[in-house]
Design a protein around this ligand. Sequence first.
Ligand code: KIV
Length: 294
Amino acid sequence: MTSIPARRITAPDVAARKGGETPLVMVTAYDAPSARTVDAAGADLILVGDSVAMVVLGFDDTLQVTTDDMAHHVGAVARTKPRALVVADLPWLSYHVSDAETVHNAARLVRAGAGAVKLEGGRKRIDSVRAILDAEIPVMGHIGLTPQSIHALGGFKVQGKELDAAKSLADDACALAEAGVFAIVLECVPDAVARVITESVTVPTIGIGAGRHCDGQVLVWHDLLGFAGPDHRAPKFVRAYASLEAAATESIEQFCADVRAGTYPASAETYHMTDRMADALGLYGGVAEPELAQ
Ligand code: KIV
């Protein structure tokens, strides 16, 4: 198993890994069991992503979750006391209205247990980034395919394929880094774009569908473990390391079969009282069960 640092990882620790030999690893988690698996595996960061809306709550997009929903999931993750840095997604509309509301919502996620927050967007969101940083909360940026903008983007599509769009993404990344974010997620951009951005900014880039030139990589827990639903068409960047959904279904099928065959529970899985007590109760003493039930 990967060696895990002795103390909790902080946002400055992550920022200090820029250009390091060992890429950063971030995995999403949304509850205590998923957080425990990610932390025990030695990931550096746990992202409580607003992808919870899609992979856990069954919505078609990430726009359906609120700050209250996110705080609920952040709390479950944080209560496992992971060594990994817990980063919480600010959901759609929690940082688009006013700086005061933005800071209030970011603080709510920190009080729920996050060590940093992530928001989507580049130059457009610099005021929000500054406001949150002013409240001493570390911020992670997220550009490229920003799922909270799917209606504006026209769907889940690779971004930055044209020269102007690529340059605009690079400008966004530089603006975020200058504003003081400690890392930037690059989602679904060509690897050449991710490479230019990674070489242009002073903070680590963490890629998802952005090729191998980033300072780190992130995947969604359910994609990584093959738990994304039978109809899910995984994007090409997803590597599933297990088929947990199939394994879980098989296990539950076996439980159904055992119950129906009367082989569960076995004696060893049953609480017993002494024979004397059972006799006194009438179970083994000749009192018929139907009488006992009356
Ligand atoms: O919500 C999420 O899971 C994310 C990752 C895809 C980076 O933002």
